[in-house]
Design a protein around this ligand. Structure first.
Ligand SMILES: NC(=O)c1ccc[n+]([C@@H]2O[C@H](COP(=O)([O-])OP(=O)(O)OC[C@H]3O[C@@H](n4cnc5c(N)ncnc54)[C@H](O)[C@@H]3O)[C@@H](O)[C@H]2O)c1
Length: 323
């Protein structure tokens, strides 16, 4: 029997992850409604979808109510890079808190299943390593990152209260650092920073001594995890870590990017910003057991694809500048 075509709302659908998710859902035969206020997202990210009959975009800020009819909601709207979420911290908290209340209210009215894009930032600067979902985190409630971290924590609370109070079908994914084509070149995230610096032969800036570690998941793997989580039975709710446990120091990452780009960049060390976590690595046993999910692309291969994307962006910008 053919699966019924679903109507799916993706908030933040014009962003980095959202645009890949919209593509994946449309190519699986669904009707997708993308809602975005274009704060960090861009129409260009949706270029391959705009003429598709199964795809629609609405410019809308989710801190205001929305009335649409859908079967599922992926709630991704929220700026994800520190530069962007710290630019207007009150709006960042509103997007996570008021935005979640609006999307949960919508899901309740139309009895839709709803998934929240939460984050590893709910663990803050963790005392345990790697982090599993039972860890409650160590988050500064009043620092410059708190608008994002605490906003996302409150969103998780709201999701679980809507489930307890209104029996809503919810899923909460805790996403760890993800990278790939359509990241913004100047968003201050480490992978985009290093690639842009390497491609322009600028010094590669490492904050601290470069021994702090991160783990990076390629975007296609992450999207696969989100879709699998949405398609689980009602009793699988999370929170569920989604990320790649392969850990790398910032110094090793810088050296890998220099190697892959053939750059002449030198490495430069700068002071560590406030509240920067020293280590971040997901324990993904829960996702492995309940979704049969594991990230498959190696960091080298993923970086190759990302570097190719940034190179094409820079060529397009140079062509534009000569017009
Ligand atoms: N990329 C990662 O590594 C990562 C890690 C953890 C969690 N996440 C979460 O995944 C989601 C997507 O992240 P991303 O990397 O694609 O970021 P992004 O900034 O590229 O995308 C966010 C999108 O949300 C839109 N948006 C922001 N505020 C909005 C509002 N009030 N109303 C409507 N649209 C709004 C932006 O315009 C943008 O298109 C975010 O919720 C983020 O917190 C991402």
């Amino acid at each position: 029997m053919l699966a019924r075509r679903k109507r799916i709302l993706v908030t933040g659908g014009a962003g980095f992850l959202g645009s890949h998710l919209c593509e994946r859902l449309v190519s699986a035969g669904n009707e997708v409604l993308c809602v975005d206020n274009f704060y960090t997202g861009a129409r260009d990210n949706l270029a391959g979808l705009l003429s598709n009959q199964q795809f629609e975009v609405i410019r809308h800020d989710i801190t205001f109510p929305l009335y649409v009819e859908v079967d599922e909601i992926f709630n991704l709207a929220c700026p994800a890079s520190p530069i962007h979420y710290q630019y207007d911290p009150v709006q960042t908290t509103k997007t996570s808190v008021h935005g979640s209340i609006n999307m949960l209210g919508l899901a309740k009215r139309i009895r839709a299943k709803i998934l929240q894009a939460s984050t590893s930032e709910v663990y803050g600067d963790p005392e345990i390593h790697p982090q599993d979902e039972t860890y409650w985190g160590r988050v500064n409630p009043i620092g410059p990152r708190s608008c994002y971290d605490e906003g996302k924590r409150c969103a998780e609370t709201l999701f679980f209260d809507y489930r307890r109070q209104h029996n809503l079908s919810i899923k909460v994914a805790r996403i760890f650092n993800t990278y790939g084509p359509r990241m913004r070149p100047y968003d201050g995230r480490v992978i985009s920073n290093f690639i842009v610096q390497a491609l322009t032969n600028q010094p590669i800036t490492i904050y601290g001594d470069g021994q702090q570690t991160r783990s990076f998941c390629y975007v296609d793997d992450l999207i696969d995890g989100l879709v699998r989580l949405m398609n689980t039975r009602d009793d699988v709710v999370g929170p569920m870590n989604l990320g790649n446990p392969a850990e790398i120091t910032m110094l090793e990452l810088a050296e890998m990017v220099v190697d892959l780009t053939g750059s002449r960049s030198a490495i430069e060390f700068k002071p560590l910003p406030i509240d920067d976590p020293k280590q971040r690595q997901p324990n993904i046993k829960l996702a492995k057991d309940s979704l049969g999910w594991l990230p498959s692309l190696s960091l080298r291969d993923g970086l190759d694809k990302t570097i190719a994307y940034f190179e094409s962006l820079m060529i397009a910008q140079r062509v534009e500048a000569t017009k």
